[in-house]
Design a protein around this ligand. Structure first.
Ligand code: DOR
Ligand code: ZN
Length: 333
């Protein structure tokens, strides 16, 4: 049995830079026709020059694979002139609340300060991608941030706002309240809850921000994805960290899923009898929402077992994937 996907897209991806990027970028490019590339490097990607040179490095790392990096810039208070220059080189601008996650110290401290730039983005048609977490209690951070989404969505009705990596039933509900909101969801948040991370032995390779939530949250996310919700897209948030940064006291946040994302998603959609909804989730919804035309690329999955490697290693880097050592019923052709 085979399944063919047309131009699958990963709408939220961390590729890092240097040797780590050389290891992980080809793994994404083996599965996907393109991806929205997060800008949280050190220092963050925030100028035309940085966007252009990062894109070139990504393409070099992907070799002759068909792969389109949809670049983003790190949100700061850009002037109209800066946005005019950036516009042609980026897919959107990623807003992080200061300190919310990995390499986000330079993020936004108070939303009011961001309004001028956001309003110019609306006029120019530049999408705003948001890491939506407050600084509250870890399980409540996304729920507390929903008020900010509500405010943005109602005050900037023409702005395309993407709630990145949603993890709660309330976020799914909010999606239906505003036409200009859309969302990405990761593989892990469709599968795990906080119990999988910390309910038994602590599993650092499942630790990410936002943290996985309750069973009812996972269920709401899953039902939205399986039902083909037109404003929900796959965004892996695959976030590689070197093994020593994960298996340590002070574990870095991020789950590395890029190489197993499509086989695992196919398994999940098949288990629920919803394979017909996978193409929309991994590509068509995003194309319609953002009006993008990714490169033509057929990606075939075969119903034969795939053993997920215990680690991916190259260029002096070693990264452990989610579900390392497990066997999936589907693999990439
Ligand atoms: O778990 C996460 N890791 N969440 C993020 O928002 C950032 C990411 C990273 O860059 O490692
Ligand atoms: Zn991310």
């Amino acid at each position: 049995m085979k399944l063919e996907l047309n131009s699958p897209l990963d709408m939220h991806l961390h590729l890092r830079d240097g040797d780590m990027m050389k290891l992980v970028a080809p793994l994404s490019a083996d599965s996907f026709a393109g991806a929205v590339i997060m800008p949280n490097l050190v220092p963050p990607v925030s100028s035309v020059e940085e966007v252009k040179s990062y894109k070139i490095r990504i393409l070099e790392a992907c070799g002759d694979r068909v792969f389109k990096p949809y670049m983003t810039a790190f949100f700061k208070n850009y002037t109209e002139e800066e946005l005019t220059q950036l516009k042609d080189y980026i897919f959107g601008i990623k807003l992080y609340p200061a300190g919310a996650t990995t390499n986000s110290d330079g993020g936004v401290k108070a939303m009011q300060e961001a309004e001028k730039t956001i309003s110019i983005m609306q006029e120019m048609g530049i999408p705003l991608l948001v890491h939506g977490e407050s600084h509250g209690f870890v399980m409540d951070r996304e729920a507390e941030f929903l008020a900010v989404y509500r405010d943005l969505a109602s005050r900037f009705p023409k702005l395309r706002i993407c709630m990145e990596h949603i993890t709660t039933a309330s976020a799914v509900k909010l999606l239906d309240e505003f036409e200009n909101l859309c969302a990405t969801v990761t593989l892990q948040h469709l599968i795990i809850t906080l119990d999988d991370v910390a309910g038994g032995m602590l599993r650092p390779h499942l630790f990410c921000k936002p943290i996985a939530k309750r069973p009812e949250d996972r269920e709401a996310l899953l039902q939205a994805a399986l039902s083909g919700h037109s404003r929900l897209m796959f965004g892996s948030d695959s976030a590689p960290h070197p093994i020593h940064a994960k298996e340590s006291c002070g574990c870095a946040a991020g789950v590395f899923t890029a190489p197993l994302a499509l086989p695992r998603l196919t398994t999940l959609f098949e288990e629920h009898g919803c394979l017909d909804k996978l193409q929309g989730f991994v590509s068509d919804n995003a194309c319609k929402l953002y009006g993008i035309t990714p490169p033509v690329k057929k990606v075939t999955l075969i119903r034969e077992s795939m053993e997920i490697p215990t680690a991916y290693e190259a260029h002096g880097q070693k990264v452990v994937p989610m579900d390392a050592g497990c066997v999936l019923p589907w693999r990439l052709a």
